[in-house]
Design a protein around this ligand. Sequence first.
Ligand code: ARG
Length: 237
Amino acid sequence: GCSSGGGSTETVTPGTAPGFQPFEFQDGSELVGFDIDLTTAVFEEMDGYELAEWETFEFGSLIQALTSDRIDFIAAAMTITGDRDETIDFSDPYYSANQSVIVRSDGSFSPSELGDLSGRPVGAQSGTTGEGIIQDELIANGELEESNYTSYDNYVLAVEDLENGNIDAIVIDEPVGDTFANQRPVEVAFIYETGEQYGFGMRTDDDDDLTSAVNDGLQTVRDDGTYEDLTAEWFGS
Ligand code: ARG
Protein backbone atom coordinates (compact mmCIF):
# COMPACT_ATOMS: atom_id res chain seq x y z
CA GLY A 1 0.00 0.00 0.00
CA CYS A 2 0.95 3.65 -0.28
CA SER A 3 0.66 6.26 2.40
CA SER A 4 -1.58 9.18 1.62
CA GLY A 5 -0.08 12.58 1.12
CA GLY A 6 2.80 11.42 -1.00
CA GLY A 7 5.06 10.34 1.88
CA SER A 8 7.13 7.23 1.45
CA THR A 9 6.07 3.92 2.94
CA GLU A 10 8.47 1.98 5.11
CA THR A 11 8.23 -1.79 4.96
CA VAL A 12 8.67 -3.51 8.33
CA THR A 13 9.55 -7.20 8.52
CA PRO A 14 8.05 -8.74 11.65
CA GLY A 15 9.58 -11.73 13.41
CA THR A 16 8.23 -14.17 15.96
CA ALA A 17 8.88 -17.55 17.60
CA PRO A 18 5.93 -19.93 17.11
CA GLY A 19 5.03 -22.82 19.41
CA PHE A 20 3.78 -20.41 22.05
CA GLN A 21 0.00 -20.68 21.99
CA PRO A 22 -2.11 -18.56 22.05
CA PHE A 23 0.41 -15.81 21.25
CA GLU A 24 2.02 -17.33 18.14
CA PHE A 25 1.71 -20.78 16.68
CA GLN A 26 1.33 -22.69 13.43
CA ASP A 27 -2.20 -23.68 12.47
CA GLY A 28 -1.38 -25.99 9.58
CA SER A 29 0.75 -23.82 7.33
CA GLU A 30 -0.67 -20.62 8.78
CA LEU A 31 1.00 -18.52 11.44
CA VAL A 32 -1.70 -17.33 13.86
CA GLY A 33 -2.20 -15.98 17.36
CA PHE A 34 -2.83 -12.96 19.51
CA ASP A 35 0.53 -11.33 18.73
CA ILE A 36 0.00 -11.81 14.99
CA ASP A 37 -3.48 -10.27 15.05
CA LEU A 38 -2.48 -7.45 17.41
CA THR A 39 0.52 -6.55 15.24
CA THR A 40 -1.69 -6.49 12.14
CA ALA A 41 -4.26 -4.30 13.90
CA VAL A 42 -1.61 -1.88 15.20
CA PHE A 43 0.06 -1.50 11.80
CA GLU A 44 -3.33 -0.87 10.18
CA GLU A 45 -3.47 2.28 12.30
CA MET A 46 0.02 3.42 11.33
CA ASP A 47 0.41 5.73 8.34
CA GLY A 48 3.60 5.31 6.41
CA TYR A 49 4.37 1.73 7.45
CA GLU A 50 3.42 -1.61 6.01
CA LEU A 51 4.10 -5.12 7.24
CA ALA A 52 6.07 -7.62 5.18
CA GLU A 53 5.70 -11.40 5.60
CA TRP A 54 6.47 -12.84 9.03
CA GLU A 55 9.85 -14.46 9.63
CA THR A 56 10.11 -17.15 12.28
CA PHE A 57 13.02 -18.02 14.58
CA GLU A 58 13.61 -19.84 17.83
CA PHE A 59 12.95 -17.39 20.64
CA GLY A 60 16.60 -17.32 21.68
CA SER A 61 17.63 -16.02 18.23
CA LEU A 62 15.10 -13.22 17.86
CA ILE A 63 17.08 -10.34 19.33
CA GLN A 64 20.07 -11.19 17.15
CA ALA A 65 17.77 -11.40 14.12
CA LEU A 66 16.60 -7.89 14.94
CA THR A 67 19.99 -6.34 15.61
CA SER A 68 21.42 -7.93 12.44
CA ASP A 69 18.56 -6.43 10.34
CA ARG A 70 17.00 -9.76 9.34
CA ILE A 71 13.79 -8.49 10.90
CA ASP A 72 12.65 -5.03 12.00
CA PHE A 73 10.09 -5.84 14.65
CA ILE A 74 9.62 -8.55 17.30
CA ALA A 75 6.18 -9.72 18.42
CA ALA A 76 6.86 -12.82 20.51
CA ALA A 77 5.28 -12.43 23.95
CA MET A 78 8.65 -10.96 24.84
CA THR A 79 8.91 -9.70 28.40
CA ILE A 80 10.32 -6.23 28.83
CA THR A 81 13.45 -6.78 30.94
CA GLY A 82 16.29 -4.46 31.92
CA ASP A 83 18.83 -6.68 30.15
CA ARG A 84 16.95 -6.75 26.86
CA ASP A 85 16.19 -3.06 27.13
CA GLU A 86 19.94 -2.38 26.92
CA THR A 87 20.04 -3.94 23.46
CA ILE A 88 16.65 -3.19 21.90
CA ASP A 89 13.80 -0.71 22.16
CA PHE A 90 10.47 -1.84 23.56
CA SER A 91 7.01 -0.51 22.80
CA ASP A 92 4.69 0.31 25.65
CA PRO A 93 3.56 -2.87 27.45
CA TYR A 94 0.71 -4.72 25.72
CA TYR A 95 0.11 -7.75 27.95
CA SER A 96 0.83 -8.83 31.56
CA ALA A 97 1.66 -12.37 32.61
CA ASN A 98 3.12 -14.46 35.42
CA GLN A 99 5.03 -17.70 35.16
CA SER A 100 3.57 -21.12 35.88
CA VAL A 101 5.09 -24.49 36.66
CA ILE A 102 3.49 -27.30 34.67
CA VAL A 103 3.73 -31.03 35.37
CA ARG A 104 2.20 -34.23 33.98
CA SER A 105 -1.46 -34.49 34.95
CA ASP A 106 -1.08 -38.07 36.23
CA GLY A 107 -0.55 -36.84 39.79
CA SER A 108 2.96 -38.32 40.00
CA PHE A 109 4.55 -35.04 41.04
CA SER A 110 2.67 -32.09 42.56
CA PRO A 111 5.05 -29.27 43.48
CA SER A 112 3.54 -26.19 45.12
CA GLU A 113 6.58 -23.90 45.20
CA LEU A 114 9.86 -23.49 43.34
CA GLY A 115 11.88 -25.20 46.06
CA ASP A 116 9.90 -28.41 45.43
CA LEU A 117 11.69 -28.67 42.07
CA SER A 118 14.94 -29.32 43.90
CA GLY A 119 16.62 -32.47 42.62
CA ARG A 120 14.10 -32.91 39.78
CA PRO A 121 14.81 -32.78 36.05
CA VAL A 122 13.22 -29.54 34.81
CA GLY A 123 13.06 -27.63 31.55
CA ALA A 124 12.33 -24.29 29.91
CA GLN A 125 12.79 -22.60 26.56
CA SER A 126 16.23 -21.21 25.84
CA GLY A 127 16.58 -17.49 26.44
CA THR A 128 13.26 -17.03 28.24
CA THR A 129 12.46 -15.49 31.58
CA GLY A 130 11.28 -18.97 32.64
CA GLU A 131 14.81 -20.22 32.07
CA GLY A 132 16.09 -17.21 34.01
CA ILE A 133 14.00 -18.23 37.03
CA ILE A 134 15.46 -21.74 37.00
CA GLN A 135 18.97 -20.32 36.74
CA ASP A 136 18.60 -17.49 39.24
CA GLU A 137 16.24 -18.98 41.82
CA LEU A 138 17.29 -22.64 41.77
CA ILE A 139 20.69 -23.30 40.17
CA ALA A 140 22.41 -20.16 41.45
CA ASN A 141 21.64 -21.00 45.07
CA GLY A 142 22.45 -24.70 44.79
CA GLU A 143 18.85 -25.95 45.04
CA LEU A 144 19.14 -27.53 41.61
CA GLU A 145 22.13 -29.13 39.89
CA GLU A 146 22.95 -27.59 36.54
CA SER A 147 22.72 -31.12 35.06
CA ASN A 148 19.06 -31.33 36.12
CA TYR A 149 18.17 -28.48 33.82
CA THR A 150 17.41 -28.93 30.10
CA SER A 151 17.17 -25.86 27.86
CA TYR A 152 14.89 -26.45 24.83
CA ASP A 153 14.75 -24.57 21.52
CA ASN A 154 11.01 -24.29 22.03
CA TYR A 155 8.33 -25.18 24.57
CA VAL A 156 6.65 -27.75 22.34
CA LEU A 157 9.77 -29.93 22.63
CA ALA A 158 9.85 -29.35 26.38
CA VAL A 159 6.22 -30.44 26.77
CA GLU A 160 6.90 -33.60 24.74
CA ASP A 161 9.77 -34.42 27.09
CA LEU A 162 7.51 -33.74 30.07
CA GLU A 163 4.88 -36.12 28.72
CA ASN A 164 7.56 -38.75 28.05
CA GLY A 165 8.83 -38.50 31.61
CA ASN A 166 12.24 -37.17 30.61
CA ILE A 167 11.64 -34.11 32.74
CA ASP A 168 9.22 -33.56 35.64
CA ALA A 169 8.36 -29.87 35.38
CA ILE A 170 8.53 -26.85 33.06
CA VAL A 171 8.62 -23.16 33.93
CA ILE A 172 6.55 -21.30 31.33
CA ASP A 173 4.46 -18.14 30.94
CA GLU A 174 1.10 -18.82 32.58
CA PRO A 175 -1.21 -18.18 29.59
CA VAL A 176 0.84 -20.65 27.56
CA GLY A 177 0.99 -23.17 30.39
CA ASP A 178 -2.80 -22.93 30.61
CA THR A 179 -3.13 -23.57 26.89
CA PHE A 180 -0.88 -26.64 26.99
CA ALA A 181 -2.90 -27.86 29.99
CA ASN A 182 -6.07 -27.61 27.89
CA GLN A 183 -4.58 -29.55 25.01
CA ARG A 184 -2.14 -32.07 26.45
CA PRO A 185 -1.92 -34.40 29.48
CA VAL A 186 -0.22 -31.72 31.57
CA GLU A 187 -1.48 -29.33 34.23
CA VAL A 188 -0.49 -26.15 36.00
CA ALA A 189 0.92 -27.12 39.42
CA PHE A 190 1.34 -23.56 40.68
CA ILE A 191 1.77 -19.96 39.61
CA TYR A 192 5.01 -18.11 40.21
CA GLU A 193 4.18 -14.42 40.25
CA THR A 194 6.50 -12.24 38.23
CA GLY A 195 4.19 -9.52 36.90
CA GLU A 196 5.96 -9.55 33.54
CA GLN A 197 4.93 -7.13 30.82
CA TYR A 198 5.24 -8.00 27.16
CA GLY A 199 6.43 -5.41 24.66
CA PHE A 200 7.08 -5.32 20.93
CA GLY A 201 10.79 -5.06 20.17
CA MET A 202 12.50 -2.71 17.73
CA ARG A 203 16.07 -1.64 17.02
CA THR A 204 17.47 1.15 19.17
CA ASP A 205 19.35 2.68 16.26
CA ASP A 206 16.20 3.25 14.21
CA ASP A 207 14.93 6.75 14.57
CA ASP A 208 12.30 6.72 17.28
CA ASP A 209 9.53 7.22 14.73
CA LEU A 210 8.72 3.53 14.46
CA THR A 211 8.48 3.03 18.22
CA SER A 212 6.26 6.05 18.71
CA ALA A 213 4.08 5.12 15.73
CA VAL A 214 3.67 1.62 17.22
CA ASN A 215 2.79 3.10 20.62
CA ASP A 216 0.22 5.41 19.02
CA GLY A 217 -1.24 2.48 17.09
CA LEU A 218 -1.40 0.41 20.25
CA GLN A 219 -3.23 3.20 22.04
CA THR A 220 -5.71 3.49 19.18
CA VAL A 221 -6.55 -0.23 19.17
CA ARG A 222 -6.97 -0.13 22.95
CA ASP A 223 -9.30 2.88 22.70
CA ASP A 224 -11.43 1.57 19.84
CA GLY A 225 -12.14 -1.85 21.35
CA THR A 226 -10.01 -3.88 18.94
CA TYR A 227 -7.61 -4.92 21.71
CA GLU A 228 -10.49 -6.15 23.86
CA ASP A 229 -11.97 -8.10 20.94
CA LEU A 230 -8.63 -9.79 20.35
CA THR A 231 -8.19 -10.77 24.00
CA ALA A 232 -11.72 -12.19 23.97
CA GLU A 233 -10.93 -14.14 20.82
CA TRP A 234 -7.60 -15.57 22.00
CA PHE A 235 -8.00 -15.79 25.77
CA GLY A 236 -11.75 -16.06 26.07
CA SER A 237 -11.93 -13.23 28.59
N1 ARG B 1 7.77 -14.03 28.10
C1 ARG B 1 8.91 -14.92 28.09
C2 ARG B 1 10.16 -14.13 27.79
O1 ARG B 1 10.08 -13.04 27.31
C3 ARG B 1 8.78 -16.06 27.12
C4 ARG B 1 8.53 -15.67 25.70
C5 ARG B 1 8.61 -16.82 24.74
N2 ARG B 1 8.03 -16.45 23.48
C6 ARG B 1 7.92 -17.25 22.40
N3 ARG B 1 7.33 -16.78 21.35
N4 ARG B 1 8.37 -18.46 22.43
O2 ARG B 1 11.25 -14.60 28.01
